[in-house]
Write a protein that binds this ligand. Structure first.
Ligand code: BG6
Length: 484
């Protein structure tokens, strides 16, 4: 008789923590030698449901370059993590974080993208952040490129559309791998790499106003350059620090068919394949045939250098990470693919949505985890998941039971996946401390366990205040996911 004892909980050493990105927290956009980044030329959205992260044209770029204030560009101010990192990391430590995911601002290290020597002051800042984490035994998980690059590279090469950017990026990666070796056990190359198909915020390439076909050509070419740069970075890391691991990072958006009509099921599969394509390349080292066919049928020509395919094949990632916020629905006769909007596709009548229209689907997380594990058989890492909400600070307190409920439901599903046999390394929820929204650049969309006293206009004391969820997450970590 076959009898197996199932694990009842998360494995020992499971990496609980939180995730942020430099451009959404650091501020200090023009001090200590930092250059301007692509995130810092993006204006705040006029409306909560209108996303502005890729709304950059040559004209708005010129306006942004000439503007030395922060008012219209909230990512220039962040939450001033640059000067508060000790306090913030101490709060993460108080919650018991085992891991902290953050990104390095490329323009802090290479202000113009191709500088002769790296900016020492920028490197020193991350020395300090790493030292602070080490003090509390919190493992760093570092993203090399989280939705920003030196704006100089947009001006010179149209960002990742230019092949030259590969060389610039790999000088940056080599520099930081050498500087921080033995201190960073986990690295990620490109944040939510698949959103490069939406444009500027990820590719640094200005293509607004071009035809859809021209945009797809530019974006997939830019993404090819990122695939190659990511593979070269993987090779570099393995040579420089043989114990460190490097992963891919996908915005996982499972797509469901609107009905059991096989045509809808196939339509959903197609959308899903276009999402998984990115991890296919980074984990398996080659372009899948279904995408080669898509490129062929849509007249998209990916220019490859002679060695590109060999580089990809020789350097797959060590582990696979992804963000998870929502799922989508599609039908074979649906008009448009919704690209450019985070909440793509149709509505799912079985799901509730956040104030920003993101459909909340904890079971979808289990589906995603199991699908990805089945497909790749490489360790997985959930590096983002969370609820953006309009929190209310009353008498110095924030009662965010809705956030606790959201996170609890997702963690429960993670647990189920682990019982299903998924090898899950860890969970870094998004935005343990309130930060500037990526898609709208507002402050009111709060994710944190820690409230930051700053409003959409940048007014406030920047004081950090624990929300109810702070104590809750502390218990979750303390009990290794037992007490939810
Ligand atoms: C992910 C990004 O898309 O979602 C983060 O990697 C981002 O940078 C997060 O902040 C939540 O999105 P938003 O728009 O609510 O900040």
């Amino acid at each position: 008789m076959y009898k197996k004892t199932y694990p009842k909980t998360f494995p020992k050493g499971f990496l609980w923590g939180g995730a942020t990105a430099a451009n959404q927290v650091e501020g200090a956009w023009n001090i200590d030698g930092k250059g301007m980044s692509t995130a810092e030329v993006v204006q705040k959205a006029d409306d909560r449901r209108q996303m502005s992260m890729s709304d950059v044209t040559q004209e708005t770029l010129q306006v942004a370059l000439a503007d030395t204030t922060v008012e219209r560009y909230p990512k220039r101010r962040g939450i001033d993590f640059y000067h508060h990192y000790k306090e913030d990391i101490a709060l993460f430590a108080e919650m018991g974080f085992k891991v902290y995911r953050f990104s390095i601002a490329w323009a802090r290290i290479f202000p113009k993208g191709e500088d002769q020597v790296p900016n020492e002051a920028g490197l020193v800042f991350y020395d300090h952040v790493l030292a602070e984490l080490a003090k509390y035994d919190i493992k760093p998980l570092v993203t090399l490129s989280h939705y920003e690059m030196p704006i100089a590279l947009t001006q010179k090469y149209n960002g990742w559309a230019g092949r030259e950017t590969i060389t610039a990026f790999n000088r940056f990666t080599e520099t930081v791998f050498n500087r921080y070796k033995k201190q960073v056990p986990y690295w990620l190359t490109f944040n939510e790499i698949n959103t490069g198909t939406w444009g500027f915020h990820e590719t640094g390439a200005i293509d607004k106003g071009l035809s859809k076909k021209e945009q797809l050509q530019i974006r997939y070419q830019a993404l090819h350059h990122q695939f190659v740069a990511s593979a070269i970075a993987t090779k570099q890391l393995h040579e420089i620090d043989s114990t460190a691991k490097i992963g891919s990072m996908l915005a996982r958006m499972q797509t469901y068919p609107a009905t059991p009509n096989p045509k809808d099921v196939r339509a959903a599969q197609l959308v899903d394949e276009k999402n998984l394509f990115f991890t296919d390349v980074q984990a398996r080292g080659e372009y899948p045939e279904y995408m080669n066919r898509f490129f062929y049928e849509n007249d998209i020509v990916i220019q490859m250098a002679e060695n590109d395919q060999a580089i990809l094949l020789a350097n797959p990632v060590d582990f696979i990470s992804f963000s998870y916020y929502m799922t989508n629905v599609t039908a074979h006769d649906q008009v448009g693919d919704g690209a450019g909007n985070m909440a793509v596709g149709g509505r799912n009548p079985y799901l509730k949505e956040s104030d920003w229209g993101w459909q909340i689907d904890p079971v979808g997380l289990r589906i995603s985890l199991n699908t990805m594990w089945d497909r790749y058989r490489k360790p997985l890492f959930i590096v983002e998941n969370g609820l953006g909400a309009l929190d209310k600070l009353e008498n110095g307190q924030v009662h965010d039971q809705y956030r606790i409920d959201y996170l609890r439901q997702h963690i429960e599903q993670m647990k189920e996946s682990i019982k299903d046999g998924v090898d899950l390394l860890g969970y870094t929820m998004w935005g343990p401390i309130d930060l500037i929204s990526f898609s709208t650049s507002e402050m009111s969309k709060r994710y944190g366990f820690i409230y930051v006293d700053q409003d959409d206009n940048g007014e406030g004391t920047l004081k950090r205040i624990k929300k109810d969820s702070f104590e809750w997450y502390k218990q979750v970590i303390k009990t290794n996911g037992e007490q939810l």
